[in-house]
Design a protein around this ligand. Structure first.
Ligand code: C5P
Length: 242
């Protein structure tokens, strides 16, 4: 097959031109970064696992009517997705206190929040993706008010569904980050879930022991990172039981 033209290279993925108009190919790398590139390394096999885990979760979400960019997995490291215009926001959904929420408000990690919290961060590496309010988003027109409402409603539906899906395999969904894209069909625009959903952008804790099964193992030098991702894949039924 002819070499595909590269459109964009991110920290964990490369985007190539797709085989048909309106499509692109997402290639999952083993590279890992944390703290906006302050720490970088490789997690052997991560790309393969995230490709499979994200495929699985996107397909389950599609089954329950959540629109996504996912079309099909092409091979071990690549998936075909719809070409979208990425909304420049990271939508973070939290069920349990962890990470930056714990730091910002001095709260102990592991405390269940009284209600699900949705936060928005402006996607900008130079600014370190600052936390922003809905007012900032409307003032700077990063998203239309209706899009903001739709993103929040979709994020909460994704959370409800994924909390149940993970709980069924003994995993607590602590928090996660979503990205949305605008997909154009003629003059019609619709908002779809984009990027990936994997242990790179979710916090997943063993429901019994609270052991971390996600990228925090890399961020905090805890070791056994690949094994944790494999365990997630195994519990979801993607990898065979050993
Ligand atoms: O670091 P923080 O606590 O704000 O992260 C919240 C959630 O969003 C975590 O699950 C983390 O993996 C994810 N996240 C991400 N990409 C970022 C920032 C956070 O996937 N740039």
């Amino acid at each position: 097959m002819a070499r595909r033209r590269q459109i964009y290279e991110g920290k964990a993925k490369i985007i190539f031109e797709g085989p048909e108009p309106g499509t692109v190919v997402q290639y999952f790398k083993d590279d890992a970064t944390a703290g906006n590139g302050a720490k970088s390394g490789t997690i052997i096999g991560k790309g393969v696992l995230n490709n499979r885990i994200s495929e699985h979760l996107m397909l389950r979400l599609k089954d329950v009517g959540i629109p996504t960019h996912f079309i099909r997995r092409l091979n071990m490291r690549e998936q075909l997705v719809k070409e979208v215009e990425i909304v420049p926001l990271e939508v973070v959904v939290r069920n349990v206190v962890a990470g930056s929420l714990s730091k910002r408000f001095g709260l102990p990690e592991g405390e269940r929040l009284p209600r699900t919290l949705v936060e928005y961060y402006y996607k900008n590496d130079e600014l370190n993706d600052p936390l922003v309010s809905e007012n900032h988003i409307e003032t700077f027109q990063w998203a239309h008010p209706q899009e903001l409402e739709d993103m929040q409603a979709l994020a909460l539906r994704v959370n409800d569904f994924l909390c149940g899906l993970f709980a069924a395999v003994g995993i607590t969904l602590v928090d996660f980050k979503l990205e949305f894209g605008r997909q154009w069909e003629g003059d019609e625009m619709r908002l779809v879930l984009a990027d990936e959903i994997s242990p790179d952008n979710c916090r997943l804790w063993d429901a019994r022991t609270n052991e971390k099964m996600d990228k925090d193992r890399f961020r905090r030098d805890m070791g056994r990172v690949e094994e944790a991702y494999q365990d997630v894949a195994r519990r979801l039924g993607i990898l065979p039981e050993t």
